[in-house]
Design a protein around this ligand. Sequence first.
Ligand SMILES: *[C@@H]1O[C@H](CO)[C@@H](O)[C@H](O)[C@H]1NC(C)=O
Length: 266
Amino acid sequence: MATAQFLLLLLFLGIVSPAASSAHPGYPEPAECGGELELTVVRKEEYGGGRIVDISHAYREDMPGWELEEGLGRFLRLTRSMEDGDVAYFSEIRLPAHSGTHVDAPGHVFRRYFEAGFDVDTLDLDDLNGPALLVDVPRDKNITAEVMESLHIPRGVRRVLFRTLNTDRQLMWKRQFDTSYVGFMKDGAQWLVDNTDIKLVGIDYLSVAAYDDLIPSHLVFLKSREIILVEALKLDNVKPGIYNLHCLPLRLRGAEGAPIRCILIK
Ligand SMILES: *[C@@H]1O[C@H](CO)[C@@H](O)[C@H](O)[C@H]1NC(C)=O
C-alpha cells in the first residue's frame, strides 16, 4: 500500500516539477536556451576573493592513506539510491580515522589516556582556533632540534603550521603512501615542547612525526595532553605569515583521531 502511494507520488512529482520551478516567484527563471539548465559544479579552494583559504584536503579515493599502497579507496557507499526508486540518496562513510586532513587525540599513543577517554571530543577548541603562524622549514632535513632552533619561533606563539618538502613533492596528491615524508624527529619534538608555547602543531603530510621516529615523536608531543596535532594540511599557495586559523574536528566519542576541517582567514 505505502509503496503504491510512493510510486504515485514520484510520478506526480515527475510530471509537475518542470512547471513548478518556473511558477515560484522566489526563484529566478531558468535560462531558456534549449530547455535544460546546464549543471556545472564549481569547486573552490578560496572564498571571499581569497580572504578565506581552505587548508583541508578533499577526501578522494585516490588520496594517500596511512601505509596504504593503493590510496584511500572507496570510502562512500550508497545504501539507498534514487536510481533504485528511493526518495533520496543516502550514503555510508567508511574511513580510517587518521585519513585526509585529521587530528590526533592524546589517546592515540597512550593506552592509559585512551582508556581514560581522552578522545577527539576532549580537544580544546580554543587551541584549535586563533592566530597561527605558517612557516617554511628547510627542505634538506627532517624537523630536528637544530631545525626548530633555527626557525626562531617567538615565545607566545601558540599555533604553528609547518610547511615542508612534502608540499613541494605534492605527496598528498599521490596515491601511494610514501614513508620518506618530512616530519618531526624526536629531538625536534622535544625542543618544541621545552622551548616554545606551541599548543597546535600542523603539518603537510599524514603524520607530524617522521616515519623513522614515528612513535617516539608522538609520545613527546602527546604526553602532556596539551598539544594538538593536525596532519595532512593543504598548505600549497599560501604565503608564510600570520593568519587566523579555524579548525573543527568531528565530535567522535571514543575516537583517537578524526577528520578535521581547517581554514585560514587573512
Ligand atoms: C626524513 O626522514 C625520512 C625517514 O623518516 C627519510 O626517508 C627522508 O629522506 C628524510 N627527509 C629529509 C629531507 O632528510
